[in-house]
Design a protein around this ligand. Structure first.
Ligand SMILES: [Zn+2]
Length: 288
């Protein structure tokens, strides 16, 4: 495709995004001998999106297929665009009980997001993919499943009461892959959900909004902290990954800001709050 056509296609995509029109709604009119320019673009856009669906990034990203080792060392790319279309929320439950990130109390990183579920609640595959690991870890994940997805990330579902998929089997987004539970190192039934890019956990909250039961967008661009990228012709440096604080009883914005050494305004801005906003225990607040 010529670069001009491509640019036109992107422009149409942008216009459609602004207008809130879904790409799949962009069906072409019946073919006419002299198609107006707009129609050609719509067709081109549709084909571009279809082609994109057929690209399977994971084929090129992972040289190995192993049925063990959840996390492993690998060089992270400076950036990677994760396609979030055709996703299904792993659980219908909306209550986050613990966030991703460093826990000073335990001096370790919590590598996933905890979502309150009841034992027996169905857990669903987030995207199409292939089951890489099904295992049991008495002192850790309990019954857990790892799926490698076509879009290049892997997802992990832990503390299950039952696994419903077999290793090396293909799954579709939304297929039941297990039942929620309280196995392994877990106090109270919950789903520990991880999103893993090339061996490293990244924050699931950047992609999945459990509270509102939707993804954060059509795609998410992971940028390695400190890496350089160009935006609108300017070189920029990727900032640190977002960090969250789980509000405890008695917490105030001022106290949270002091704890992490950030301005209160930063917390207000990142969470769309103002000085009159009320915060509640259990709520996740982004502070970085
Ligand atoms: Zn967890």
């Amino acid at each position: 495709m010529s670069i001009i056509k491509r640019k036109i296609g992107v422009a149409v995509l942008l216009v459609m995004t602004v207008m809130g029109v879904k790409a799949q709604d962009a069906m072409p009119e019946p073919v006419m001998p002299h198609k107006p320019m707009e129609l050609v673009d719509t067709l081109y856009l549709r084909n571009m999106l279809l082609n994109e669906e057929n690209i399977i990034p994971s084929d090129n990203m992972y040289p190995e297929w192993r049925n063990s080792i959840v996390h492993y060392n690998s060089a992270m790319p400076d950036s990677f665009r994760i396609n979030l279309r055709n996703s299904v929320m792993p659980t219908l439950n909306t209550k986050i009980t613990d966030v991703f990130g460093y826990r000073p109390s335990r001096k370790r990183v919590h590598q996933g997001l905890d979502i309150k579920v009841k034992t027996g609640d169905t857990i669903y595959a987030a995207f199409d993919g292939k089951v890489r690991i099904t295992a049991y870890q008495r002192r850790g994940y309990g019954h857990y499943v790892v799926i490698r997805h076509n879009n290049g990330i892997e997802t992990l579902y832990a503390h299950l009461s039952k696994k419903l998929v077999k290793v090396n089997h293909n799954v579709k987004a939304g297929d039941p892959i297990g039942l929620g539970g309280n196995t392994g190192r877990s106090s109270g039934s919950h789903l520990h959900f991880e999103t893993i890019l090339m061996g490293k956990s990244i924050d699931p909250a950047a992609m999945f909004d459990f509270k509102n039961q939707k993804t954060t967008g059509e795609s998410y661009i992971y940028r390695r902290p400190g890496s350089k990228y160009v935006e609108n012709g300017k070189v920029k440096t990727a900032g640190p990954e977002p960090k969250f604080h789980k509000v405890k009883s008695g917490d105030t914005i001022a106290r949270i800001a002091r704890k992490y050494g950030v301005p209160q305004k930063q917390i207000f801005d990142l969470n769309g709050l103002n000085s009159r906003s009320v915060i509640r225990p259990g709520q996740s607040l982004r502070y970085q």
